[in-house]
Design a binder for this molecule. Structure first.
Ligand SMILES: Nc1nc2c(ncn2[C@@H]2O[C@H](COP(=O)(O)OP(=O)(O)O[C@H]3O[C@H](CO)[C@@H](O)[C@H](O)[C@@H]3O)[C@@H](O)[C@H]2O)c(=O)[nH]1
Ligand SMILES: [Mg+2]
Length: 196
């Protein structure tokens, strides 16, 4: 906690599926003076996501689903992403193991953590925990596709890794966590990037 922040007062504006708060606080500027600041903050918890890769096939598993906020922002709304989900009362790795199975149909017993990021720190409290893991065909146990009870309609796509990187370059893949993980995998040297 910074001693440049004090008198934090939170007021809940909306508390339905997630929470929207109005927060006031005193902030000490670089010149030591104090300002009173007011901000709106959206809290929908934290998330976890994972990039599944197969070195032998040079492929990755991505999913495509409709994202209303992206649609409202002018996109067609159908985003290609890594599987991801909201962390409930559990460790990030446990959350992503469950989400991978629900969304892609793969059972992945263990993953490697590659850190965590704030997705939109000016407005949203969310921290996303990033993972990678190898997969093979034998680990696919169901079709995946998400939960009907949550109106999820997810298409699972096995992508050539080189095509995924080209789609990042072309701006076809626009989701930040997905781009971070694809670029991480490219930099890690685990997959071939020589033809790019
Ligand atoms: N009823 C209701 N359901 C909602 C609402 N907002 C989202 N949902 C549903 O709640 C479910 C959440 O699915 P998860 O798989 O757990 O989360 P996610 O949306 O994939 O979130 C992941 O990706 C996000 C986008 O990058 C990340 O923000 C998040 O941290 C996580 O990584 C989805 O079915 C979604 O439609 C809402 O306002 N009301
Ligand atoms: Mg999800």
């Amino acid at each position: 906690m910074s001693n440049r922040i004090k008198n934090v007062v939170e007021e809940i504006i909306s508390d339905q599926w997630a929470t929207l708060k109005k927060v006031t606080y005193s902030y000490q500027n670089q010149d030591q003076s104090w300002s009173d600041v007011k901000r709106e903050v959206y809290d929908r918890g934290h998330g976890a996501c994972a990039l599944l890769y197969n070195v032998k096939k040079q492929t990755v598993i991505l999913i495509k689903q409709f994202r209303l906020p992206a649609y409202l922002a002018g996109d067609n709304g159908f985003l290609t992403e890594v599987p991801a989900g909201i962390i409930e009362d559990e460790a990030p790795e446990q959350a992503i193991i469950r989400e991978i199975e629900e969304e892609t149909g793969y059972v992945i017993p263990a993953l490697t953590s590659v850190g965590d990021v704030f997705t939109s720190p000016g407005a949203v409290t969310e921290r996303i925990f990033l993972f990678i893991a190898p997969y093979d065909d034998a680990q696919k146990v169901t079709d995946g596709g998400g939960l009907d009870s949550e109106n999820e309609d997810i298409e699972v796509v096995e992508y050539a890794f080189a095509k995924a990187l080209q789609d990042v370059k072309k701006g076809v893949i626009k989701d930040a966590k997905t781009i971070i993980l694809l670029q991480h995998l490219a930099l890690s040297g685990v997959m071939k990037t020589s033809n790019l």
